[in-house]
Structure formats: C-alpha cells, structure tokens
Ligand binder design. Structure first.
Ligand SMILES: [Zn+2]
Ligand SMILES: [Zn+2]
Length: 401
C-alpha cells in the first residue's frame, strides 16, 4: 500500500477530491462526472468553477467522508455507451381499439386486452368485447406529473383483469371468462394521489392495497381474502404502498412506495414467506433505497434477485438519467449505468425502454444501449413482444429467438 496524495496510507478510492476536501473540515461539494462510465470526482464550489482545479487521488476514507457533504448536485456528463446493432425481429399488425390512455393495454397469452370507453376488449386478431367495468368516479388529480387515470393489469393465464384508477382510490378484479366483477378494491383516502394503484397478479393470487399501508392477497375467482391478520396495532407500518411488480417466479414482490419526509423507498416483500405462513411479511419488507422526493420511476426485475430502478442519485433534484441496480435479497445497491430514461420493461436480462426516439434496448451487463427501434412507442409487453396501439392499429414487435 502506498501513501496517497491525500496523505493517507490506505486503499485508493479510484477517484479524486479537490485540495480543500482532504482535511477534517467539512465543505459542501459537487459530484463532477469525469465522462468515464458514471465515475465522478468531488470538488468544492470554487474548484468546480475553476478551469484547472488541483485534484488529488483520495483514499476510500477521505472520499467517503467528503461525499457525505456532496449536497450541491452533479456537474459534467456521464459516459453513455451505445453499441447499437440491427435488432431485427418480426412485425405484426392487428386491428385495434382506442385505449382510455397508454396504461390501458395489457398482455394476454394469445393477444392483448384493451380498456376502452366501451369496456374491456380482447384484441387479436379480431377485436371482441369481454367485459364492462365501471369504477366509482374520482375527481381529477395531478401532482408533480402524477396524473389520476385508469390502468389495466392482467393475470399471466389471461383469466383475470385488474381495472384500477392509478393515483386514485378504487379498482376492480374482473373475471374475463364470465365478464363479472369478482372483487372491488378500495385503498382509502389517505394520499392515494401519490402512487399508481398497488395491484399485481402473483401466481394464482391477486395482491392489492386495502389501505394506504396495507397489502392483502385474494383469490381472484371468488374475491376471498387469503391474508387475514390484525388491521391495527403494533405491526402496521408507516409506509405508503405504490406500484407492485412481482419477480419473474413470483417469489418476491417489489413495491414502489414512500414514507414521510417524504422519501421514496422501494421495498421487496418475500411472497414465499408470506404465503407460506409468515402472515406479517408485508409489514417487514427489505428496503432497497431511500430517495428524497423520488418515487414512481420506472422499475423492473432482471431476474428473481435483481431489481433495476431508473435514475441515479438520492434526491429528486439531483439525479442523472440511468439505471441503479439492487440485490433484492441483501438490499444492497450493486451498480449504476447512465442513459436509460422512459417507461421500461425487462426480458431475458435486457432492458426495453420507451424513450423519446423510440424503443431502446439496453444490456445492463455492459451498461450499453444495443439497439433502437426508431419511432416505435409500445405501451405493453408480453414475453418479449411489445405492442403499440395508435390510430386503431395494434403494432407488435417481437425480437427473433
Ligand atoms: Zn476545492
Ligand atoms: Zn485519505
């Protein structure tokens, strides 16, 4: 081990600090991106403004201590890796129907389900109405880009749909075979405007919020409650549930909620434990992050143990576009890379991002974009197929293989 420029004989951080951040003095500083991956140095304000600031190789201890005062935000730009290749794939076009919004198309095993002003219709290849659903009216709401409106989810076997009001209070589970509503959902009136309606089909169950801080599981065929437990008392948690995403096998459930201050706190619930007898598993989830004022960013599962979340940083006002990766078992952050921004799906280890230019494909193993389908704006995904619905046409792209 050598003596580093900071004066310590310690492990090198592999990054630099300005000469004013090596002492025990505390000083606010910027994270200044170097242009190599998402690496950054730490610089005080005068140095960040200077043309040729004096920078020193820091030890891990000096760097981490200085970083606790990195309140000023980011400077510079990250490296965005693009190794685009021809994505190939096949295209199919079917007749479509007008969805109520871009959250109102969902996958079925052999087609797609759309929620129009006239009800729920199966697309593929001929449109056919399957059910009618009307939820209680809720007043319009918009807060920091969070717009109240309808959203549609489907079970993997295609038997059931969840028709809900995102950023709202109400929803319903519909049996698509009979067209009947089997369960009405209500998560109460305590800040539902902050999050999409928490609902997900997990194996043969449907999990949904039944209060701001509570999830329950039901049999979607009958509406029977499967997770009865005390509603009040010491075990309830101060956590506002948000969007729910099951892991590929259904072993775990990711919830994108928040806590007061406010902080966005994505958590992972152990469904295997919950359905295996640990009745309070949703009340002691694994926390992945705590991000000031930031929740509702696109999220996904790369595999049963790896979560990806868009944007890099700990504060809504100090973020860079990209992806943060977490180990869902330990709760640790395991990597970041810059670039992706937009609605996101995961499939076979790749990220599919509906960006402004079109559908981008990113390989998180390299942190690089590997392709772009220009002008294609899908709003739903099923097993590697992506569906765009506009002008009464459903356009589906499937990568080959
Ligand atoms: Zn300085
Ligand atoms: Zn040092």
């Amino acid at each position: 081990m050598e003596v580093l420029a900071c004066g310590h004989c310690a492990t090198a951080a592999g990054a630099r600090v300005c000469v004013h951040l090596t002492t025990e003095d505390t000083r606010d500083c910027y994270r200044v991106l170097t242009g190599v991956a998402t690496r950054f140095d730490l610089l005080c304000e005068p140095c960040a403004d200077a043309e040729a600031p004096e920078l020193l190789d820091a030890c891990v201890g000096c760097f981490e201590r200085a970083e606790t005062d990195a309140y000023l935000g980011w400077r510079g730009a990250p490296e965005i890796r693009r190794h685009d290749r021809d994505l190939g794939g096949t295209w199919t076009t079917w007749d479509g129907l007008e969805p109520r919004n871009d959250r109102c198309l969902a996958a079925l095993p052999d087609g797609w389900l759309v929620w129009t002003d006239a009800g729920l219709a199966v697309l593929g290849p001929e449109p056919r109405y399957a059910a009618w659903v009307r939820l209680p009216e809720e007043p319009p709401s918009e807060w920091a880009g969070r717009v109240r409106g309808p959203a549609l989810h489907t079970s993997a076997d295609g038997r059931f749909a969840a028709a809900v009001t995102d950023h709202g209070r109400h929803g319903a589970i519909v049996d698509l075979a009979s067209g009947e509503v089997t369960l009405e959902l209500d998560r109460g009136d305590y800040h539902p405007e902050q999050t999409p309606f928490p609902v997900a089909f997990v194996g043969s169950r449907v999990v949904a919020a039944t209060d701001w801080n509570r999830l329950d599981a039901f049999d979607p065929a009958t509406g029977r409650l499967l997770t009865d437990r005390d509603r009040d008392g010491d075990r309830s948690i101060d956590y506002f549930f948000g969007a729910l995403l099951p892991s590929p096998s259904g072993r775990r459930l990711l919830a994108d909620g928040w806590v007061w201050s406010p902080f966005g706190v994505p958590v992972v619930i152990d469904c295997a434990a919950w359905f295996g007898g640990d009745r309070y598993a949703p009340e002691h989830p694994r926390r992945l992050a705590q991000r000031a004022y930031a929740w509702g960013d696109p999220l996904g599962w790369l595999d049963d143990e790896t979560v990806v979340q868009q944007r890099i940083g700990d504060d809504d006002e100090q973020m860079i576009d990209g992806v943060t990766r977490y180990d869902a078992v330990t709760g640790r952050r395991t990597g970041v890379f810059a670039g992706p921004a937009g609605r996101m799906w995961t499939h076979r280890g790749l990220l599919y991002v509906a960006a402004e230019a079109g559908l981008e494909v990113w390989d998180p193993a390299d942190g690089a974009r590997v392709g772009l389908l220009e002008g294609f704006a899908p709003i739903a995904h099923h097993d590697g197929a992506f569906a765009e619905l506009r002008n009464d046409q459903l356009r589906i792209w499937s990568p080959v293989g």
